[in-house]
Design a protein around this ligand. Structure first.
Ligand code: ADP
Length: 245
C-alpha cells in the first residue's frame, strides 16, 4: 500500500543546532504508528514539521504522494486533512461538550460561518455518532471544564475527528490517565484507525507494546530503526541508546 505521508530527509535547525538530521518516515493509510525515543530525540519537532508549526530547513513532506506540504501554513495543512492534538487539552472549558463539538464542526467549514451557521439533521447525526464514539453521550450537556482528565482528552480527539482528518497526530495521548482511561483510549485509537492514520508520540512502553503496531525509534534527530515492538527490542542499538542495556 502506498504511504499517505512521506517525510524525506527532513532537517530542522534551531540557531545552528540540528534537531532533525535527515528524517525519513512513512505512514500508510489507516496505520497506527508510534514514535518513540529518548527525550530530545526530535519526536515533537517531527510532529511540529508535519503539522506546519515548525518549518523544515530541508527535505520534503509529501502528503498523498504528490502534495509537498513542507512550506504550508498550519491552517492549510488542517484543511488538507492532517490534524494535531497537543498534550495539554485545548477545549473550551465554559462551553458544553456538545458546543465544543459543534464549534469544531463549524470551524471545519470556515470561520466566517461559525456564528450563524445552522446545524442540519445530518450534522446532528454526525455529532451524536461522535459522542457515542468518544463515550461522552451522557456528558453532552456538561461543561467541558467539569469533565475528568481522560474525558477532556477524548473530547479533544472527538473535536479533531469532527474535521474528518486523514491523519491524526497525537502527542502522549494517555499521559496522566488512569488504567481504565488508558484502556479506553487504546480502544478509541483502534477504532479511529479504521478510517484514519494515527501517528502517536508515546513514552509509555507498556501501552505501545499492548498495541503491537508499527513503531519508529528516533535518536539524536534521526530514525534509529523501525518495526514491531518485539522486533525493535531485539535491536542492539535500541537496547544501547534507549532501553539502557
Ligand atoms: P523529543 O520530543 O524527542 O523529546 P524535541 O523534538 O522536543 O525532542 O527536541 C529535539 C531537540 O531540539 C532537543 O535537543 C530540544 O532541546 C531542541 N529543540 C526543540 N525545540 C527547540 C526550539 N524551539 N529551539 C531550540 N531548540 C529546540
Amino acid at each position: 500500500m502506498q504511504p499517505i505521508l512521506s517525510c524525506r530527509d527532513v532537517r530542522v535547525s534551531f540557531n545552528g543546532f540540528q534537531a532533525l538530521q535527515g528524517v525519513d518516515l512513512e505512514v500508510k493509510p489507516q496505520e497506527v504508528r508510534f514514535l518513540i525515543g529518548p527525550n530530545g530525540a526530535g519526536k515533537t519537532t517531527l510532529l511540529d514539521v508535519i503539522c506546519g508549526k515548525t518549518k523544515a530547513s530541508d527535505g520534503d513532506v509529501l502528503y498523498r504522494q504528490v502534495e509537498n506540504i513542507r512550506k504550508l501554513q498550519e491552517h492549510e495543512i488542517v484543511r488538507l486533512g492532517i490534524t494535531r492534538k497537543f498534550q495539554a487539552p485545548s477545549i473550551f472549558a465554559n462551553l458544553t461538550v456538545w458546543e465544543n463539538l459543534e464549534l469544531s464542526l463549524k470551524q471545519e467549514r470556515g470561520l466566517w460561518s461559525v456564528m450563524r451557521a445552522k446545524m442540519t439533521g445530518e450534522d446532528k447525526e454526525k455529532m451524536e455518532a461522535m459522542l457515542s464514539r468518544i463515550g461522552l453521550m451522557d456528558q453532552r450537556h456538561q461543561l467541558a471544564g467539569m469533565l475528568a482528565h481522560g474525558q477532556k482528552q477524548w473530547l479533544e480527539i472527538g473535536m479533531q475527528l469532527m474535521q474528518d482528518p486523514e491523519i491524526l497526530l497525537l502527542d502522549e495521548p494517555i499521559a496522566g490517565m488512569s488504567g481504565t482511561e488508558r484502556h479506553k483510549t487504546g480502544e478509541l485509537i483502534h477504532e479511529i484507525s479504521t478510517a484514519c492514520s494515527v501517528l502517536i508520540v508515546e513514552h509509555d512502553m507498556e501501552f505501545v507494546r499492548n498495541f503491537s503496531k508499527q513503531v519508529t525509534v528516533m535518536h539524536e534527530g534521526k530514525v534509529l530503526c523501525e518495526g514491531t515492538m518485539s522486533e525493535i527490542q531485539q535491536n542492539e542499538q535500541v537496547a544501547e541508546v534507549y532501553l539502557g542495556r
